[in-house]
Design a protein around this ligand. Structure first.
Ligand SMILES: [Zn+2]
Length: 66
């Protein structure tokens, strides 16, 4: 069970795509996509609408909100 590994939407405005990726694979996924598709430019990123929420989630996980 992977409650700590929620699927997170990644959007790439350049490709006009949205993909759901497990939280633990986001960094790899973004690297690979941007390397392969955009010569290493950071086009794809976590859905900005979710980025804030995600930060809270991660911060909470790390006990930073205590
Ligand atoms: Zn792209």
């Amino acid at each position: 069970m992977t409650d700590d590994d929620p699927a997170v939407p990644i959007v790439c405005p350049e490709c006009d795509t949205e993909t759901e990726v497990p939280l633990s694979e986001i960094a790899d996924m973004l690297d690979r996509h941007n390397d392969n598709q955009h010569d290493g430019e950071e086009c794809a990123q976590v859905d900005p609408a979710l980025a804030d929420e995600l930060q809270d989630l991660v911060a909470e996980d790390m006990g930073l909100l205590e």
